[in-house]
Design a protein around this ligand. Sequence first.
Ligand code: NAD
Length: 264
Amino acid sequence: MEGRLKNQIAIVTGGGSGIGRATVLRFLAEGADVLAVDRNEEGAIETASMAGNGPGRVHAMTADVSGDNAPDDVFALCREMFGTPTILVNNAGIGAAKPIHTTDDAALDRFLDVNLRALFRFARRGVIEMRQEGTQGSIVNIASIFGIVGFPGSSVYSATKSAVIGLTQNMAADYGRDGIRVNAIAPGLIVTPMTEKRLAENAFFQDAMIGSTPMGRTGTPADIAAAATFLCSDDANFITGHTLTVDGGWSTTKYRPLPDEPYA
Ligand code: NAD
């Protein structure tokens, strides 16, 4: 079914690659107008060039979401191009953390700046604009299963993603009466430029992730785009404050293949 996001105006951060790109393309196919924001200019332009002949319009914007003026600049351009956004997908993020004893202050600050501070500031801008316009909007924050389940070596990354889930729950409480829904998605292992090298080269990572996933595969950016589409559509009208895990069952099981002779 297409057209689930007809007449919607969306901002997608990190729209120049991976999950963000798939979300931009799916939203366009579903009829939304989309501002694809990324600090990687080439990536954002490439995403826009991949748009089909669907009903939605797309514009690529180059911006670092952690810049002081980024929320003002991005929302101003969105208003100018399409109108007040009705959807915000806070997706831009950085990965590949280290254990805490080898994480220096510079890395700590970098993760906090991009994965938490920028997301907070975009979300704040989003609710301010939506409330001003009386928009029944939807905000989706991209968290991670590592914000729910402890995983070796993910220290500050996990901390930022847990904080994103906490913020999502709080915002749902604060803005439900304004008709603004705020949800998070916690992706499992999705093959994107963020993960593909680690996945190809690291046997521990492959086994710990794919070996422990009941569905027996990695996720695709399209899997997350589908979840974001659902959460932003009318089908999710009564869903807010929820964190939707999209991980093939990784975080809700301790999956191991059952041996031929299981326990009695
Ligand atoms: P990706 O590296 O393919 O894409 C991230 C995009 O965000 C890139 O285009 C990058 O340029 C952009 N970006 C990063 N910092 C930015 C900044 N400061 N300003 C503007 N743009 C910025 O990675 P992805 O896997 O698509 O990740 C997207 C989101 O999903 C991230 O928040 C990530 O933490 C989350 N996530 C990914 C996975 C996974 O397995 N890939 C799992 C859980 C959560």
